[in-house]
Design a protein around this ligand. Structure first.
Ligand SMILES: Cc1ncc(COP(=O)(O)O)c(C=O)c1O
Length: 453
């Protein structure tokens, strides 16, 4: 009998609770600190920019948190997402490994990002917020928040990293189609933007700068709050819907994962995918490897320092304990593949520091080669971010072949690349440069870390 290619769950199998890993971490998570006083943050410090429900989730010690009915209803637009067996990729690689991918690209904006966007829009709406502000790099997060704000009747203001605004006009149109206002960052609308522009009028922008602008906009306007698409505990919490579905789908197949792989920008898709499996590894002793994949041009987990740092460039956000390349780090322009954030989610960093998670970095030409291999075998064009995970999957599957070892490899297919064709174009024309961030540059950026407690 032919084996099934896809595992679907029915809508009634949608998880009804998100999984909070905080009580199951091997160490206590170092608290976020106030940027001015250096003291642990209080909920009141966060109220100007976040609604209370999300602040409570940020610090909650509850293992399971109920998903509101309205959010479930929004999820039903595209969830549950399929778990797919990559038979054609396996055949092409001639590997004894079984490769599965969780296809998060089937959401309306095309990635995992709306899993948290709809939850955040819902809680803000419930607390009377009229407008959400955010930053976006490649445009996936901005389009997800625009989509979610439209669903819940909120206005949406998006600061889009200037270089992406110029390179990806159609992502901007997508955000506009869902009713958002989009500005190339740095702008003249905020103090933070004006400061950067006075130093560098041609600044290509960075996620750190755009975050400064979006936070400032929210903090200085009563009707607005800020929304972050990655890094924070509550974002990772919402993303666990992905891993919880994967768990049910693997159970239906009678499979157990040996390796779980995901790309890392701020850490949300990978964390949401593997965190529900952390107790299987730490409590039940199952041998599962969790592999985080990042670019060599922004090697946060593989070359960064585990230290307190700001989440933005200007120093408005709380200090988070994370692997960081320094908050002033601006990734090189030549990089086409997203994943440009200087830090990573504190939860993911703690697990990396404790060696529960391993990390690997790849240069971009190898990543695009993997993307094209995937497109030519499995058919879907991956987002450049997602292609980092695919590169690691292919390498792992080839190792299995060399060693004659069966293995169950599962990865998160975080998004499609339909709006990233200019990056593919650069790859096909041979104009993508590989770039590994020199150690001296990392050390220079790390010298500007704030004083450590
Ligand atoms: C498709 C896709 N995958 C992955 C990422 C990386 O973000 P995170 O590490 O928070 O999942 C992004 C960020 O924009 C993305 O658009």
């Amino acid at each position: 009998m032919m084996e099934e290619k896809k595992v679907f769950l029915s809508e009634k199998d949608l998880p009804r609770e998100w999984y909070n890993v905080l009580p199951d971490l091997p160490d206590e998570l170092p608290p976020p600190l106030h940027p001015a006083t250096g003291k642990p943050l209080t909920p009141d410090d966060l109220l100007p920019i976040f609604p209370m429900a999300l602040i409570e989730q940020e610090v909650s010690g509850e293992r399971w948190i109920e998903i509101p009915e309205e959010v479930i209803n929004a999820y039903r637009l595209w969830r549950p997402t399929p778990l797919v067996r990559a038979f054609a990729l396996e055949d092409y690689l001639k590997t004894p490994a079984r490769i599965y991918y969780k296809n998060e690209s089937v959401s309306p904006p095309g990635s995992h990002k709306p899993n948290t966007a709809v939850a955040q829009a819902y809680y803000n709406k419930k607390e009377g917020v009229k407008r959400l502000t955010t930053e976006t790099g490649a445009g996936q997060w901005g389009s997800a928040l625009a989509f979610a704000c439209n669903l819940f009747g909120l206005e949406c203001t998006i600061y889009m990293v200037r270089v992406s605004f110029e390179q990806k006009p159609y992502r901007k149109s997508l955000m506009q189609a869902w009713g958002a206002q989009v500005f190339p960052s740095p702008t003249d609308r905020t103090e933070a933007g004006r400061k950067i522009r006075s130093q560098d009028p041609d600044s290509p922008g960075s996620l750190g700068i755009a975050i400064s602008e979006a936070v400032e906009d929210a903090a200085t306007h009563e009707e607005a709050k800020y929304s972050l698409g990655s890094v924070l505990n509550h974002v990772l919490l919402h993303q666990t819907i992905v891993g919880l579905e994967v768990k049910k789908q693997l159970e239906l197949l009678g499979e157990r994962p040996d390796v779980m792989i995901g790309c890392v920008g701020g850490g949300s898709n990978f964390a949401g995918f593997f965190l529900p499996f952390v107790p299987d590894k730490l409590k039940d002793g199952l041998q599962i490897r969790f592999v985080a994949v990042e670019p060599t041009s922004c090697p946060t987990l593989t070359k960064g320092l585990y230290a307190y740092d700001f989440g933005d460039t200007v120093g408005l956000t709380p200090l988070l304990k994370m692997f960081t390349l320094g908050h002033n780090f601006v990734p090189p322009r030549i990089h086409a593949g997203g994943l440009r954030y200087h830090g990573d989610a504190p939860i993911l960093c703690l697990l990396a520091k404790n060696k529960v998670v391993e990390a690997v970095a790849y240069p971009q030409n190898a990543v695009f080669e993997a993307a094209v291999t995937f497109a030519r075998t499995e058919g879907i064009i991956p987002a450049p971010e997602t292609a980092h995970a695919i590169k690691a999957v292919i390498d792992e599957a080839l190792r299995c072949k060399e060693e004659g070892r069966e293995s169950c490899i599962v990865f998160n297919f975080s998004g499609h690349g339909h709006f990233d064709m200019s990056a593919y174009d650069q790859y096909f024309s041979g104009s993508l440069e590989d770039y590994a961030l020199p150690q001296e540059e990392i050390e220079r950026a790390l010298k500007e870390l704030p004083p450590q407690p």
